[in-house]
Design a protein around this ligand. Sequence first.
Ligand code: MN
Length: 249
Amino acid sequence: MVCYVDSHCHLDLYPDMMAAINQAEGARIYTLAVTTTPKAWPRNRDLTQHCKYVRAALGLHPQLVAERHGELSLWEKYLPEARYIGEVGLDAGPHFYRSFDLQQQVFVRILKMCAEVGGKILTVHSTRAVKSVLDSIEEHLPRDRGRVILHWFTGNMDEAKRALSLGCYFSISSKMMKSNPARALVAKLPLGRLLTETDGPFTTIDGRPTHPEDAKLAVDAIAIARRADPTAIAEAVLANLTILTNWPD
Ligand code: MN
């Protein structure tokens, strides 16, 4: 049986988080439950601690840094408990550009702390800020001190090559694959660095929020772009997750 991977889903933002967790578990989707604020960590940690397929990640979303940068100390407090980190990163889009300096300070601090502790896996947001994100990773998180999954990457091929050389993985959603440049990029990326995601519930399909089972649609879109067999893509994605995280173990 093929198992799918959703390496970036906000399970705590569905109306019923426990139902969302149970749905992912029941469907056997390896799911990384990202959070947007460290205040959400204890609940995410507790509700996922006995899960086979769902893991929680400790985040501080760049779009919330303007109001919540004071929670960085809380993020640091929980860091020793968390193997997975995210959602973190930078957003230089029109609504968030004003906090960009502050976002960079927070992101650099997060990378430095992760490098110091070691062994963390980060899911990183880089909207309109690919170069800055890669600059910060290159400077502050050596690949033997932590690994990065670039969530919804929108950079060009040169930036992708740079990210590959830094050891980054690319997490692909079916929504992302609606864009021609993204399809062209994903056709060329090494299969060994691809993961899949939904970014649910922020993305929708046919007017409903996506959920982890929709990771299959990302696999199908990758298979079409690469003229490959979907089962082979699904197996490769799961193998990539295993290599990156030792999960499933
Ligand atoms: Mn997200």
